[in-house]
Write a protein that binds this ligand. Structure first.
Ligand SMILES: NC(=O)c1ccc[n+]([C@@H]2O[C@H](COP(=O)([O-])OP(=O)(O)OC[C@H]3O[C@@H](n4cnc5c(N)ncnc54)[C@H](O)[C@@H]3O)[C@@H](O)[C@H]2O)c1
Length: 254
């Protein structure tokens, strides 16, 4: 490790598992300190004994949770240099079969909470700080039965573009990371319902992504190494979004 985050403090949401947990692990392995937040029901015990990590339970949709996470960073570590706004939920839903409640909940968690997170963190961050958001390749195109999720993640990609303009004059960058199919708690079900092999074959690199591979992108973009990058969305998807969708990529095994 190279001390990429030495002296810096980064807040990560959805830190109990998957991409969020991996990102916290990457930040502290690179010399930084982290605030890890997740739902009160989520298991953050893996971080409890680590003094480089401060934990705060809460729901990202609540404005006061976002404010408290930022306050904790200032109280415990004295500063906040980065925010990885990663918490999210995935859904599949019949276009004609549901009420709008599910749509509203997904937009609340996946989009509205990102606005709350940006506002809370950017208000205390010094120039040179950065924010990253976990969007998805599902925000770049459409998937059958996933119109709600697709809409929420597309909104986040353009929220990042748009807010990069407003944050630039404060010296704060913001970028999105777009994972393709990635092995996490969210996609455990893919193994049971048979999508796993289908999605693997549709990925040019012929494998599912690892949470650590997505965390590496967050870590770079939130670091000062990415000092001239803002407003972009970076796919971490084994090439899936490069495919026009007309042909299945050729199979290979290494
Ligand atoms: N796994 C994939 O294939 C994949 C692909 C593209 C995008 N993503 C995105 O990656 C992000 C992280 O998901 P993951 O794959 O690591 O799944 P995960 O289920 O392992 O982690 C998501 C975390 O977010 C937390 N969370 C959910 N709602 C919350 C709320 N209201 N307040 C606070 N925390 C909340 C969960 O408790 C969980 O710990 C999500 O935004 C997801 O949409 C995942």
């Amino acid at each position: 490790m190279n001390g990429l985050h030495e002296g810096r403090v980064v807040w990560v949401t959805g830190a109990a598992s998957g991409i969020g947990r991996s990102t916290v692990e990457e930040i502290v392995a690179e010399g930084g300190r982290a605030i890890g937040s997740d739902l009160p029901s989520a298991d953050m015990s893996w971080a409890e004994e680590d003094e480089r990590i401060a934990i705060i339970p809460g729901d990202v949709t609540a404005p006061d949770h976002n404010a408290k996470a930022v306050e904790l960073a200032l109280k415990v570590f004295g500063r906040l240099d980065g925010a990885v706004l990663n918490a999210g939920i995935a859904t599949r839903d019949d276009l004609f079969g549901s009420s709008m409640e599910l749509f509203d909940r997904v937009m609340d968690v996946n989009v509205r909470s990102i606005v709350l997170g940006i506002r809370s963190s950017a208000n205390v961050m010094p120039p040179g700080s950065a924010i990253t958001v976990t969007a998805s390749t599902s925000g770049m195109r459409g998937d059958p039965g996933m119109w709600v999720y697709n809409t929420s993640k597309a909104a986040v990609i353009n929220l990042v573009r748009s807010t990069s303009m407003d944050l630039a004059s404060r010296g704060i960058r913001i970028n999105a990371v777009c994972p393709g199919p990635t092995k996490t708690g969210m996609t455990d079900g893919a193994y049971d319902d048979g999508w796993h092999e289908d999605l693997r074959r549709r990925t040019p690199l012929q494998k599912w992504g690892l949470a650590s591979e997505v965390a590496a992108a967050h870590s770079f973009l939130v670091s000062t190494k990415a000092s001239h990058i803002t407003g972009v969305h970076l796919p971490v998807d084994g090439g899936m979004s490069a495919n026009s969708g007309q042909f299945t990529p050729p199979p290979f095994s290494l």
